[in-house]
Design a binder for this molecule. Structure first.
Ligand SMILES: O=C[C@H](O)[C@H](O)[C@H](O)COP(=O)(O)O
Length: 262
């Protein structure tokens, strides 16, 4: 393990490495987006190259598609795969019911479509992503560029009517310009502090014309794998109600770190 790899990266790697144990030969796998999911894509790539694992990957962003191809994973679109056995993705927050806030990297739309089209969703995270109540992380809402200021104003009015704390909304920027998603849309981030009724908020926000999707993933995630910097992992399965503990050996990761140029 390279000395410069931070404890947080080790934690993300540990969760990712444990998650790929769920991937079986012949599976169609949704590939999430973000720094944690990137570790999972690298781990899967190693299994494909070194152990001949045959999988079909459905990426949730152009970034993930590029990385997946680079590490040797066969990539297809969701409509070609049709239905997936499993999706593995990161998250910005998760709560005790495994409800999530996602979209910090702007990929929430494809991520939600792909996760919903999967028999199982496994979320991989470091322990800092766990919250008692969702909402400290700004909730991303994807909106169409046409009339986005009106859409943002309607979202703010809706937050007031729901008496949601925080209530401020901001257009996500990339430098001086609006951040553009893979689908050509904008992101409005909602600074809420905490979300009392996430299910209601998710439904109501999506009713507003101009809103494409929001980053609340309610009743979609089945398993969360929480990694620690020392290699410990905890697996929580919401359907079975089970909690398991395991440990990842970083020595196994030498090839992956070599690929990163360390
Ligand atoms: O749009 C991005 C995704 O929802 C990511 O899964 C999320 O932001 C977590 O990313 P990271 O693993 O980099 O914290």
């Amino acid at each position: 393990m390279p000395a410069e790899l931070s404890p947080i990266d080790k934690a993300k790697f540990a969760a990712a490495k444990r998650a790929v144990d769920f991937v079986e030969d012949g599976m169609r796998v949704g590939l999430g987006t973000g720094s944690t999911a990137a570790w999972m894509v690298r781990c899967l790539g190693e299994l494909v190259r070194e152990e001949g694992l045959r999988i079909t990957g459905v990426p949730t962003s152009s970034r993930t598609a590029d990385l997946a191809r680079q590490v040797g994973i066969t990539v297809v679109g969701l409509d070609e795969a049709k239905w997936l056995d499993l999706t593995i993705d990161g998250t910005d927050e998760f709560d005790a019911n495994l409800n999530l806030i996602k979209g910090g990297g702007g990929a929430l739309l494809q991520e939600k479509i792909v996760a919903t089209a999967s028999d199982q969703m496994i979320v991989i995270a470091d322990a800092a992503k766990e919250v008692a109540q969702l909402g400290a992380f700004p909730l991303p809402v994807e909106v169409v560029p046409f009339g986005w200021q009106t859409t943002k104003a309607l979202i703010e009015e809706t937050l007031v009517s729901l008496d949601v704390l925080g209530r401020s909304a901001s257009l996500r920027l990339n430098g001086q310009q609006p951040f553009i998603t893979d689908e050509g849309n904008y992101i409005v981030d909602l600074h809420l502090n905490r979300i009392g009724n996430a299910r209601q908020l998710a439904l109501v926000v999506n009713q507003i014309p101009g809103v494409v999707e929001n980053g609340l993933f309610i009743d979609i995630c089945d398993v969360v794998i929480i990694g620690q910097g020392d290699g410990r992992v905890e697996l929580r399965d919401i359907n079975r109600g089970t909690v398991e503990h395991d440990r990842i050996d970083f020595v196994d990761a030498e090839n992956i770190f070599a690929d990163l140029g360390d």
